[in-house]
Design a protein around this ligand. Structure first.
Ligand code: FE
Ligand code: CA
Length: 515
C-alpha cells in the first residue's frame, strides 16, 4: 500500500498526529451506496489491524479521531472537487462512513483519506445518473461466498481487473467458523476461533480486508452489499441459531455481527446505522431508464426454517410435504412484511427497463434427493419459503415488472434458472430469470449428485459446481449478458480467469438463452 503525500490537508487536521505503531489505513478504502449526487466513503483506522486487545480495536484507543478526505475529478487527484473531515468513532472501531452529497450525477470520482502524516491509497467512487438521465450500459461484477481458509481471492483480483461499474456482494463475505479439516484449507483464520463477539467479528473482517486482492477491488470498484448467513452464523434465521441458542443471547451475537459488518462496509449511517440487533440493509439503486437494482436482506426478518427441530441440527435440511406441512404455511416469510411491502411498492413504481433483484439464496425450486432416497427441498433457501416465493413471482407477473432478473449466491455453484409461477408446469410461462454466481473460494456441493437432480428440475438451464469465480452482468437496452467467470484453481493465488459460459436475456423475453 503506497503512502501518498497529501500536501494540502495535513496542515489543517490533526497536524501533529503521527502513527508510530503502524499504517492507519492498513485496511484500505471503499466506496458504495451511491446516489445521484453522492456516495459513502469508507475507511477504518487500524495501525495494528489484528490487535488481540478487545479494548484496542485495530490498535486504537482514546477519543474520536478526525479524518480528512479529498474528492477529485481525476485519478491523479489534481482537480479537487471537495474537501471535508469525517470522524472515526471509538464506538465503531474507528471506522469512517462519510456520506457525501452535492456532487454531479452519473460520473466517477476519486478520493483519499489523510490523518496527520498518513494518507490512504486513492479509491474510485461513482454517482448514479440523475433521475431521468441516462446510461446506455451498466456492468456489474457479482460475488458471493469467500471463505478465506478454503482458497485465495484470485477471483476478486480478476473482478478488479474488469473494472466494472459496481461490485455486488451477495453474502458470505466472511465465514464465521474455523475449518478444522486438514487438506480443505490453504490458509487460516488468524485467531483460530469461531467469531461470536464484537472483537472476534472485527478481526475476521480485518483479516479479509488485509487480503491484497479484496483490498484492491474495494479501492477500485464501488460496492453494493448484502449479507447471507455466515456474516453471523451458518443457517441462522432472524433470532434463531442453528445451534438452538437462547434467542435473547443469540440476538446479542447478531448485534455484534451486524455492527462489525456495518463497521467494515461502505454503508450510509443515515440508513444502516445498527441499533442493537437490528440494521436496515435492504435498499434500491436507480440507473435511470435503463435499470433499477434492488438489494434484499434474506436473513434478518425470515421465519425459522420449517420443521427445524431435527435431533442435532437446526438450520437447513431436506423436507417434503409428507415430512413437513409447515414448509408450505403461507404465514412463513423470507423477507418480513415490511421489506416485502417495500419491495412490491418499488417494483410497481419502477419505470426501468431492467429490474434486477440481488439477494442471498437460490430462488428457483430445487428438488433434491436425500441420502435415504427421499425427495425434498432445502429449507434454508427459498425452497423453505414457497408461499413467499409464490407471492413475489405472482406480484412480478401481475404488475408486469419489466425484465425481472434475480441474482443469487450461497450455493457455491453456477446456475441459470427459469423462475416459474408454477414449477410443476415446465412448459408454463417463465416469470423471471435467475443467475447464481459460484463461490469466490468456498468449497462446492457434490457435482455428480446435483447433476442427477437436473431431470427433476427442468427449469434449470445450467449448473456447474466444480469451479470457483464470480459472474459479470452487462445490461444494455436490448439485452442483458451474464458471463460465468471461472478461476483455474482457488489454491493458486495467481490463478488465471476464463469465461465458462455466457447467457443472454433479451428485452421482453424472460429466461436465459445461451449466448
Ligand atoms: Fe457460502
Ligand atoms: Ca450461505
Amino acid at each position: 500500500m503506497g503512502l501518498v503525500a497529501a500536501p494540502a490537508l495535513v496542515g489543517c487536521v490533526n497536524p501533529g498526529r503521527r502513527w508510530p505503531d503502524g499504517e492507519p489505513f492498513s485496511l484500505g478504502v471503499a466506496s458504495g451506496s451511491p446516489s445521484a449526487d453522492g456516495f459513502v466513503l469508507w475507511t477504518r483506522l487500524a495501525p495494528v489491524p489484528l490487535s488481540a486487545d478487545p479494548a484496542a480495536p485495530g490498535g486504537m484507543t482514546g477519543p474520536a479521531v478526525p479524518v480528512a478526505y479529498e474528492i477529485a475529478a481525476d485519478p491523479a487527484m489534481r482537480q479537487i472537487e471537495r474537501r471535508g473531515t469525517a470522524v472515526a468513532e471509538p464506538a465503531f472501531a474507528y471506522s469512517v462512513h462519510a456520506e457525501i452529497a452535492g456532487l454531479a450525477p452519473g460520473r466517477p470520482y476519486w478520493y483519499r483519506f489523510t490523518s496527520g502524516d498518513a494518507a490512504s491509497r486513492v479509491g474510485r467512487a461513482m454517482t448514479l445518473p440523475a433521475p431521468g438521465g441516462g446510461v446506455d450500459r451498466l456492468r456489474l461484477a457479482v460475488a458471493s461466498c469467500a471463505n478465506y481458509e478454503q482458497g485465495y481471492f484470485a477471483a476478486y483480483r480478476h473482478m478488479a481487473d474488469e473494472a466494472p461499474d459496481l461490485a455486488v456482494f451477495l453474502g458470505d463475505y466472511i465465514y464465521e467458523y474455523v475449518d478444522k479439516r486438514s487438506g480443505a484449507t490453504v490458509r487460516r483464520h488468524s485467531d483460530g476461533v469461531e467469531t461470536a463477539t464484537l472483537p472476534t467479528y472485527r478481526n475476521r473482517y480485518a483479516q479479509y480486508r488485509l487480503d491484497p486482492d479484496l483490498q484492491r477491488l474495494h479501492a477500485e470498484v464501488p460496492a453494493l452489499v448484502t449479507w447471507d448467513d455466515h456474516e453471523v452464523q451458518n443457517d441462522y434465521a432472524d433470532r434463531w441459531s442453528q445451534t438452538f441458542d437462547d434467542p435473547t443471547r443469540f440476538l446479542q451475537r447478531r448485534a455484534a455481527a451486524y455492527q462489525a459488518y456495518y463497521e467494515h462496509m461502505p454503508l450510509r449511517p443515515s440508513r444502516s446505522l445498527p441499533a442493537g440487533p437490528t440494521m436496515r440493509l435492504y435498499d434500491r439503486f436507480s440507473f435511470g431508464p435503463l435499470a433499477e437494482l434492488t438489494l434484499l436482506d434474506g436473513r434478518q426478518y425470515r421465519s425459522r426454517q420449517a420443521c427445524y427441530r431435527k435431533p442435532d441440527k437446526g438450520g437447513g435440511h431436506l423436507e417434503n410435504d409428507a415430512t413437513c406441512a409447515e414448509r408450505r404455511d403461507p404465514a412463513r416469510t423470507m423477507l418480513g412484511r415490511a421489506q416485502e411491502d417495500w419491495l412490491y411498492d418499488g417494483l410497481a413504481a419502477s419505470r426501468a427497463r431492467w429490474n434486477v433483484i440481488a439477494q442471498d439464496v437460490m430462488m428457483a425450486r430445487l428438488i433434491q434427493r436425500g441420502a435415504d432416497g427421499m425427495l425434498g427441498q432445502w429449507t434454508d433457501s427459498w425452497g423453505g419459503y414457497p408461499a413467499n416465493r409464490d407471492r413475489l413471482l405472482r406480484h412480478i407477473r401481475d404488475t408486469r415488472v419489466a425484465n425481472p432478473v434475480v441474482l443469487s449466491g450461497d450455493i457455491h455453484s453456477y446456475w441459470a434458472n427459469d423462475l416459474k409461477q408454477n414449477f410443476d408446469d415446465p412448459r408454463g410461462a417463465t416469470v423471471a430469470t435467475e443467475f447464481i454466481a459460484t463461490s469466490i473460494s468456498a468449497l462446492p456441493p457434490p457435482y455428480d449428485a446435483f447433476v442427477e437432480l437436473l431431470p427433476l428440475n427442468p427449469h434449470v438451464r445450467y449448473f456447474e459446481s466444480r469451479l470457483r469465480g464470480y459472474m459479470t452482468v452487462d445490461i444494455a437496452a436490448k439485452r442483458m449478458t451474464t458471463r460465468f467467470r471461472a478461476i483455474s484453481d482457488p489454491k493458486d493465488p495467481k490463478a488465471p480467469i476464463s469465461t465458462l459460459k455466457s447467457f443472454v436475456v433479451e428485452d421482453g423475453r424472460p429466461g436465459a438463452a445461451p449466448a
